[in-house]
Design a protein around this ligand. Structure first.
Ligand code: FAD
Length: 368
């Protein structure tokens, strides 16, 4: 059987080349790059073959996500959004919706996922967006913020209140009442297409609703599981890029008559970076193994992977900047971008503190 991700890295090398810094500065990934990757199913490679996807395992998709993340965190962010949208549809939708949406996402259409609102960041239970049935249609009203990839997306999976519970709804960007406004000058992942999304009386067919009536936090946890494991693998990529840049620089640059790597305090930085990359990789591999085997511990393993990898990436990127010195003080340098991008990974898909609260609850409920 052919390996579903055969040739994927080469295509990424070809399309990204040395342009990640340029995209970071301009805040834009060329449409052609996103469309070519999307058309190959690579932005949501976990979509099963039955729905026109590549059917990659979480482990294989994770390693590919890390590869993309090592090249360009903005592109990796778009990939996370696409994968999360597909996952939400797969988990929350019925057979008709699978057939309607998944082949499109695996075949070139671009998607984003909108949970957050101005007053509902960490506390998504404060969400006020509503999805209201109206005859054979639904009407969506709300204001979403910071939706990654919304600038590029054809559809946005919007989470909102539905009766006494919650639902997700697949909203085409072209639907009357949808307005997408870019977040100006984000500090990192600048080309990831973050945007605020306004939904003013958006009328859609009722079969655009996914998972209607589920408890809000259950629905959010389901969708976020994919986002967390994808971000975690993206952080592995950031660490690999930082380790690579730092070790090359420490070998080539000489100070006090010796390569930097020979100075033990610099060597300690390299050892810490290698350790960080290995820790993040192992915790992601563990989560992906659980994902691929359908382990009941999968959800907590993804939280752990995201928490550990984001912390290691933020610290690791800072360490890499230290090793490179002024060489990393140029806007757009791989390590300088990593420093800005990695910090944001501690804020999203459940901030460090929110992940700690989840892990603390888990620790308390563990059998003795
Ligand atoms: P707040 O909730 O106001 O939190 C501020 C600080 O307080 C944080 O450190 C937080 O951990 C801490 N805090 C809050 N509550 C507690 C508590 N109970 N205990 C301890 N500490 C607490 N949203 C989407 O829906 N879709 C996306 O695609 C998306 N992409 C994003 C991309 C980027 C780059 C960014 C920056 C944000 C994105 N978001 C997205 C929004 C993101 O999910 C929220 O920013 C995040 O949930 C944190 O919410 P907040 O920014 O409102 O911070």
């Amino acid at each position: 059987m052919p390996e579903p991700l055969a040739g994927a890295r080469e295509l990424v090398d070809d399309l990204v080349g040395d342009r990640a810094a340029e995209w970071d500065r301009s805040g834009e990934i060329p449409d052609e790059v996103l469309r070519r990757l999307a058309a190959r199913g690579l932005l949501c490679a976990g979509v099963p073959a039955d729905f026109g996807g590549l059917g990659a395992t979480s482990a294989a998709n994770g390693e590919f996500t890390a590869y993309v993340g090592s090249r360009c965190s903005s592109l990796r962010s778009v990939m996370t959004s696409q994968g999360m949208a597909a996952w939400a549809i797969q988990r929350l939708g019925g057979p008709r919706q699978h057939a309607m949406y998944l082949p499109e996402l695996a075949g070139g259409r671009l998607a984003a996922v909108a949970f957050s609102e101005a007053e509902a960041g960490s506390d998504l239970s404060a969400m006020t967006t509503t999805i209201e049935p109206d005859g054979d249609a639904v009407v969506v009203r709300g204001r979403k913020v910071w939706t990654t990839a919304a600038h590029y997306a054809d559809v946005i999976v919007v989470v909102g209140r539905y009766g006494s519970g919650a639902a997700a709804v697949v909203v085409p960007i072209s639907a009357p009442g949808v307005t997408v406004r870019r977040v100006p000058l984000p500090s990192g992942c600048r080309a990831a297409g973050h945007a605020d999304v306004h939904l003013d009386e958006v009328r859609l067919p009722a079969d655009a609703v996914l998972g209607g009536g589920q408890p809000l936090m259950l629905l959010v946890t389901t969708a976020l599981a994919y986002g967390r494991i994808s971000v975690a693998w993206g952080c592995v990529g950031i660490l690999r890029a930082c380790l690579d840049a730092a070790r090359r620089h420490a070998r080539d640059r000489r100070q006090f008559g010796e390569p930097l790597a020979r100075h033990q305090l610099v060597g300690r930085h390299l050892a810490n970076l290698l350790t960080a990359e290995q820790i993040a990789t192992r915790v992601c591999e563990h989560a992906s193994r659980g994902w691929d085997s359908g382990s009941p511990d999968m959800v907590i393993a993804t939280v752990l992977a995201k928490q550990v990898s984001a912390a290691q990436a933020a610290q690791g990127a800072a360490t890499a900047v230290q090793v490179l010195g002024s060489a990393a003080a140029h806007e757009g340098h791989v390590v300088e971008r990593a420093y800005r991008d990695a910090k944001l990974m501690e804020l999203i898909e459940g901030s460090t503190e929110i992940c700690q609260l989840i892990l603390a609850d888990h620790a308390v409920s563990m059998a003795a």
